[in-house]
Design a protein around this ligand. Sequence first.
Ligand code: G1P
Length: 304
Amino acid sequence: MAIDLAVVPVAGQGTRLLPSTKSQPKEMLPVGRKPVVQYVVEELANSGIGRLMFITGPGKASIENHFDTNWELITFLRETGREELLEELDFERQSLEYFYTRQRRQLGLGHAVLCARPLVGDQPFVVALGDSIIGVNAQSNIVARMVERFEADGADVVVAFEEVPREEVVRYGIARPADGEPGDVFELTDLVEKPSIDEAPSQLAVAARYVLSPRIFDALESTEPGKGGEIQLTDAIRRVLADGGRGVGIRLKSSERRFDIGNFGSYFRAFTEFALADPRYGEELRAFVRQRVEPAGDGDAGCS
Ligand code: G1P
């Protein structure tokens, strides 16, 4: 059976984005016109996912409201003759099924995924981190490609990777590919969560998308807290691999950069890039930005 279930962890508190995230989830921050998590859902729907299970936490109810049908708003727009705005709500009508459960204690990403076990049961599933958009306007079919490999290779774990500069390996889960120069698709033999620069087995960083067999749940049950005192998904994956599970890594294409909405630096870059690409406002914004960043011409600036 084709994999059509995705677990979307959105329980993190977003402390690196305070005060913006004091009373709203970071996944609801806008990037261009839409909240982050809407891009994630649209990307998954385009890759054939039909059922989404959000792992939420305190203060995340607005995510549920966002994907619910708001009849009051629809009626209001109709009655006030603004039907053209209804197309902005089209995503509400996608034939997706939503499920929500809470991670009651903040014990880490691995623990959040384990909270999905009662729904997922004995079937393979996708994990898509709710604070990462893949590609400008989420134009990516990475999950469909990962599912294809998962099925074709009889894998237990397929993970998406992007190459990061050496000094950034400390922020990510890092791949140990099988010997030889890893291609776009490679055999994954191990993973290390946030290694030091010297310990990093490569510069290939886990890029927020996974396809996992249900074997991961037993591994998660017996995974002790790791980096940061949290139960790490990376550690459970490495356990599955160490127990003979098959792992495959897939690199994102250059057009599929990952936009991470975890801190202000990367959030600002994401917002700017999406706003500059906006079909209606992008051009005007480009002119505005040019004017702001280039010094007013004094005739011979930069000549040597
Ligand atoms: C998590 C994972 C890490 C991964 C990163 C980006 O880290 O633990 O392996 O590389 O997401 O997908 P976090 O950013 O939550 O610290």
